[in-house]
Design a protein around this ligand. Structure first.
Ligand SMILES: Cc1ncc(COP(=O)(O)O)c(C=O)c1O
Length: 455
């Protein structure tokens, strides 16, 4: 299916102000491309922010934006959340990090263990990347096997094995029945590529076939229940059942990477989709806006980190792991994230996605919407994609997304262009009206140029 697009070569002048331009000039002198995160969006330069309050961000040129990025879905309570600030002010005075444990870490751990049925034990680290890395190491130690299977196109942070097939293209991803292991960075060792089996999301038959074929070398299936970069597509219940059955049959563990999707319910994402993981990787919202990661799961597998006899199967430490600042912010943020907060987010998300789809149908323009709970993605495709290959944007589709993002920015909304958009608890009907109205305006402005594809 193709989109009919005639995006003009000369787009509007960029909507980034002079202070951002000045900052970027200085930044280019000290960073290889002027930024320190590959994920920073630039159009053509990044927008520098001054501060955030609740659902809104303010740039250094004084413009106000509704923030649908929320630091890549981290800030579920929005910016500068008062209860977290109050708790952190006290913790700052009491000290920011010690080479000893604090009681705060027990409280945050207990809260998570109580909420998630599949979590008996947990260990804290500093990022989602580390959480995924330690989960994979624990799975290797537990099973005695080195390899992993993962969903093509899904993002799990910067550990080499999960970077494989994170960003394939039609030229590199291989046949649907046997997806290639696609390197992510120049020089990625062939040995790593050979230890990763890419699976296609929602392809039960293909996944079962590949797992059975490679089972002797597989420690775990790393599964994000709704992989954001692969399209934020809901898992088919039959796909979940097939993966679980084949994993049990072959003694391969399931790692649920909920670094992003833990925000899908009070009990996390696996509970929502009927997954029974052996291990979880957590991050983002459980840190209340400060750096955090956590590896968690069944007691028997988490025993791999047990250092009671001096030599754990998997040593896990970290200078800043479980630092009291992250523990404090995480504890307060999670305590405030009660059942009613999730109900609020669920209702907002459902209502917004419905309104976006209704607008698309009214204007008959080739867009679709995926997502669940407080998360959504707009695709420049007439039919909602079913996997990463479906969701992959051609050059013209990417240009449409860029134009959409620009339009939103011009109207005062930060909408991630190739990533997941999210809602936060300080948002309400006014913000949903704002988003729906700006999308409607965009569709109206494009009605002559972008139409349903004839196919
Ligand atoms: C599903 C998933 N796993 C892992 C990570 C890595 O987390 P971090 O950026 O904290 O290292 C991310 C980050 O976006 C993620 O979305």
């Amino acid at each position: 299916m193709t989109i009919q697009s005639s995006v003009p070569e000369q787009l509007e002048p960029p909507l980034v102000g002079p202070r951002s331009h000045d900052a970027f000039r200085r930044a280019r002198r000290v960073f290889p491309d002027g930024t320190t995160r590959v994920t920073i969006e630039r159009d053509p330069i990044p927008r520098y922010m001054s501060h955030g309050r609740g659902a809104y961000l303010f740039d250094t040129d004084g413009r106000k934006f509704l923030d649908l990025n929320a630091n890549f879905t981290t800030l579920i309570h929005g910016h500068a959340f008062a209860p977290v600030i109050a708790a952190l002010e006290q913790q700052l005075r009491d000290g920011t990090c010690f080479a000893n444990p604090t009681e705060k870490e027990i409280e945050l751990a207990a809260l998570i263990c109580e909420r998630v049925g599949g979590i008996d034990r947990i260990r804290f680290c500093n990022t989602g990347t580390e959480a995924v890395m330690f989960a994979i190491k624990a799975a290797r130690a537990f099973t005695g096997r080195p390899g992993i299977a993962k969903i093509e196109g899904s993002y799990h942070g910067a550990y080499d094995w999960v970077e494989v097939s994170q960003a394939g293209t039609p030229e590199t991803w291989g046949s649907p029945n046997e997806p290639h292991s696609v390197p992510y960075y120049k020089g990625m060792p062939a040995s790593i590529l050979s230890e990763v089996v890419p699976l296609r999301f929602n392809d039960s038959q293909g996944a079962v076939h590949q797992i059975r074929r490679h089972a002797a070398s597989l420690a775990a299936i790393v599964l994000d229940p709704m992989p954001s970069r692969a399209g934020l597509i809901a898992p088919d219940p039959s796909f979940i059942t097939a993966l679980q059955d084949v994993a049990r049959e072959q003694n391969v563990l399931i790692i649920s990477d909920e670094v992003l999707n833990f925000r899908q319910s009070f009990n996390g994402a696996a509970a929502r989709y009927g997954i029974e993981p052996d291990l979880y990787a957590l991050g983002k919202i459980i840190g209340g806006g400060l750096p955090i990661g956590a590896v968690a799961g069944r007691a028997a597998v988490m025993e791999m980190f047990n250092a009671d006899n001096n030599k754990p199967a998997v040593p896990q430490g970290g200078t800043f792991s479980a630092n009291p600042m992250s523990m404090t912010a995480g504890l307060v943020a999670m305590q405030c994230l009660d059942q009613s907060a999730f109900t609020h987010l669920e209702r907002l998300g459902e209502a917004l996605r419905t309104r976006l789809v209704q607008a698309i149908e009214r204007w008959q323009i080739a867009f679709s919407v995926t997502g669940a709970a407080s998360l959504f993605r707009i695709h420049p495709k007439r039919y909602a994609p079913r996997d990463f290959r479906d969701a992959f944007c051609s050059a013209s589709e990417a240009a449409v997304m860029k134009e959409l993002t620009r339009f939103f920015a011009a109207e005062g909304i930060i909408l991630p262009s190739a990533a997941t958009a999210c809602l936060s608890t300080p948002m309400g009907k006014a913000e949903m009206d704002f988003i729906a109205q700006v999308f409607e305006q965009f569709l109206a402005s494009q009605a002559q140029r972008l139409e349903w594809s004839p196919t």
